[in-house]
Design a protein around this ligand. Sequence first.
Ligand code: HSE
Length: 309
Amino acid sequence: MKQIKAIAPATVANVSCGFDVLGFAVAAPCDEVIVTLTAKPGIVVSRITGDGGRLPTDSQRNTASVAIQSLIQTLGYNGGVEVELIKKLPLGSGMGSSAASAAAALVAINELFGNPVSREELVPHAMEAERIACGSAHADNVAPSILGGFVLIREYDPLDVVRVPLKAQLFATLVHPHIELRTEDARRVLKPTVSRKDAIRQNGNVAGLMVGLMTADYELISRSLQDLIAEPVRSVFIPGFERMKQLAKDAGALGCGISGSGPTLYSLSVSQEVAQRVGEAQANEFRSMNLASDIYVSEINYQGATCVK
Ligand code: HSE
């Protein structure tokens, strides 16, 4: 029986200014997927744990199986696949939960076939899973979860995924308040157009962030972590958002924003100590609002999804 387990990390999409085009992977938490090749054709989601019974086992609707279906179709495999999903990422958190399951599933099945497909080529298959999960096939969670590091989606059609050569040494803080926000809903509130003035400023910030990351210019990174597209309309979903940002700055973070579509907050800092301080300050603030939260502090994850032997 050919079977393998893979894990894939949580991700921060958008990174403030890079709406739908920028994301990075963190060390933890990671979703786990066990994939088994079977004789009977078809994909079966045999078991899901850690989701509180909320994710679909219907293979047409589960992001892990949808991603696998897309890949095996390309490979022309007609046998069967059994998928077991061990959820470690909170659902509806903005930490790339649906993406991590798809990323782990793809890396696992690709390994079982002897890795016929490159990591970059796996990305479109994971995007199909995102389409099922939230109605939009964006790649800014799936690409960093598969590839690791900071990833830029320069273009969607045709897809052009670029690994950012990172010189800056950064620590990420994720603070996940126990509120659930569906990406689909968080996308619905976005305005359909952006003014020329805002587009110019947003472009400047994305470019500034890229240069800052590649030259380890921390001041430039800090100045560039601003979002004029999603944050202004989505921040209302996060209690005390402006105060949270101020607390991050006061604790020494380079910047703070919404992780993906939220409600998790992400911050970037130059040391583990600062990153930890940011997390505690924000978690305390949530606590003062009677809101529980989880803190994740880590370096940038350069590996992305990996098979566990
Ligand atoms: N870029 C996507 C969004 C990420 O912000 O809607 C979703 O996690």
